[in-house]
Design a protein. Structure first.
Length: 392
């Protein structure tokens, strides 16, 4: 039996993790559920799974949640700081980090310091502070098990292997809804078009990141830290069917891949059950449905975000943190229809140029860097917004 805290229970990963818990109540016990502002869903999840504690970080929703759960013994907390506290509870074995963006960093640090294993969905934590997080996990003898499908694939391929025998890894990318399109096309796409992912149903932020290939850039950085690789050892290959979830190439030239239907329940369940595997009733892959699997090069010229992510991690230091913060602001502005699709890359690049380089940031440096990069990116959005509105 694993006792789990789910940070971001009402999102795409969070709700799928609860489907896993529903499927295997003999194996998964939900101890903590948290959400930013979706009080109604959090309440219904709490009434179904009866955790010890729930957190609604939006303080204005606290009275609603408190009242709805008054007849139960569930403790109700509010505010972002509460996330850093609940992860320390002695009744938890593992924390699933399924919240979005930089907000995942501090609760993940708190959970590691409390000795909790991490099922890591929140890739931004490793993008921002991967070196710091991996060292902290080692120090506290904590396992960080990837939930991201590509990283789960690599992790599964490495079972029984030594990291020393890896030559390189291939991260597969679906290519998103705009694969094969050029910049002229991307200049005019709408929010609605960008939110239509061909293979996966996910939260809004990662869906936009997938359309811009920033998601793959973030995943390259995530993989570097998780598997202790150099950037030269990580290659992205576009695979539109999303069946081969990623591959490892070993020193003898042998390739191992992990395959499956595009369904996040599988990597979520593996992260919870690792090193074991659990029987489930999820849909199975059939070769007849996929007579062809294809592979192509990513287009770094059209999808500048992937190129920017590579250059951020090559520079190192605070640059991935700056890239991440600027991207969060740019994606939010695109979703608010304040800027166009291509402007996102411009804002990220200009923010990276504007922020001074720091080689070895501390955890508090990351927090201030994140704030500073957001401020710069917001200013750039405001300038661009005017141009965009006139052009529209
Ligand atoms: P989502 O937007 O669907 O859900 C996010 C959850 O986190 C919600 O419960 C929300 O209430 C909570 N949350 C959001 N911002 C918060 C904040 N500032 N403070 C506290 N709680 C907050 O997102 P998602 O698609 O489930 O993605 C979650 C994470 O998993 C992201 O880092 C994403 O990159 C990663 N991931 C997602 C998928 C997927 O299929 N959705 C796949 C791989 C990796
Ligand atoms: Mg992924």
């Amino acid at each position: 039996m694993k006792r789990i805290a789910i940070l971001g229970a009402t999102g795409s990963i969070g709700t799928q993790a609860l489907e896993v818990a529903r499927e295997r109540p003999d194996f998964v016990k939900i101890e903590v559920l948290t959400a930013a502002c979706n009080a109604d869903l959090l309440i219904s999840q709490a009434l179904e799974f009866l955790p010890k504690t729930v957190v609604i970080t939006d303080e204005s929703k606290y009275p609603l949640v408190k009242k709805a759960l008054a007849a139960t013994s569930i403790e109700v907390l509010t505010g972002s700081e509460a996330l850093n506290e609940v992860v320390k509870s002695t009744s938890i074995d593992m924390v699933l980090t399924a919240l979005v963006g930089f907000a995942g960093l501090r609760p993940t640090v708190a959970a590691i310091e409390a000795g909790k294993d991490i099922a890591l969905a929140n890739k931004e934590t490793l993008v921002v502070a991967g070196e710091h997080i991996m060292a902290l996990a080692k120090q506290h003898h904590v396992k960080i098990i990837p939930v991201d499908s590509e990283h789960s694939a690599i992790f599964q391929c490495l079972a029984g292997e030594s990291l020393d025998s890896v030559e390189k890894i291939y991260l597969t990318a679906s290519g998103g809804p705009f694969r094969g399109r050029n910049k002229d096309f991307l200049a005019h796409i709408t929010k609605k078009e960008a939110l239509k992912h061909p293979n996966w149903v996910m939260g809004q932020k990662i869906t936009i990141d997938s359309a811009s290939l920033m998601n793959k850039g973030l995943e390259v950085i995530e993989a570097k830290w998780l598997f202790n690789l150099s950037i030269e050892q990580i290659e992205v290959v576009v695979h539109p069917q999303s069946i081969v979830h990623s591959l490892v190439q070993f020193k003898d030239g042998s390739l191992k891949a992990q395959l499956g239907l595009p369904d996040m329940k599988l990597p979520i369940q593996y992260a919870l059950s690792y090193p074991g595997r659990l029987v489930n009733s999820f849909r199975r892959f059939r070769f007849i449905d996929y007579p062809q699997l294809s592979f192509e090069q990513p287009d770094l010229e059209t999808f500048a975000n992937l190129r920017l992510a590579y250059s951020a991690i090559k520079e190192g230091g605070n640059m991935p943190c700056v890239l991440n913060a600027a991207n969060e602001i740019a994606v939010a502005a695109f979703l608010n229809e304040e800027i166009g699709f291509l402007e996102m890359s411009v804002i990220i690049e200009e923010t990276m140029q504007a922020i001074p380089f720091i080689l070895s940031p501390s955890l508090s440096d990351y927090v201030s860097m994140d704030e500073e990069a957001r401020r710069v990116a917001k200013e750039l959005v405001t300038k661009r917004k005017k141009v965009y509105q006139i052009e529209k």
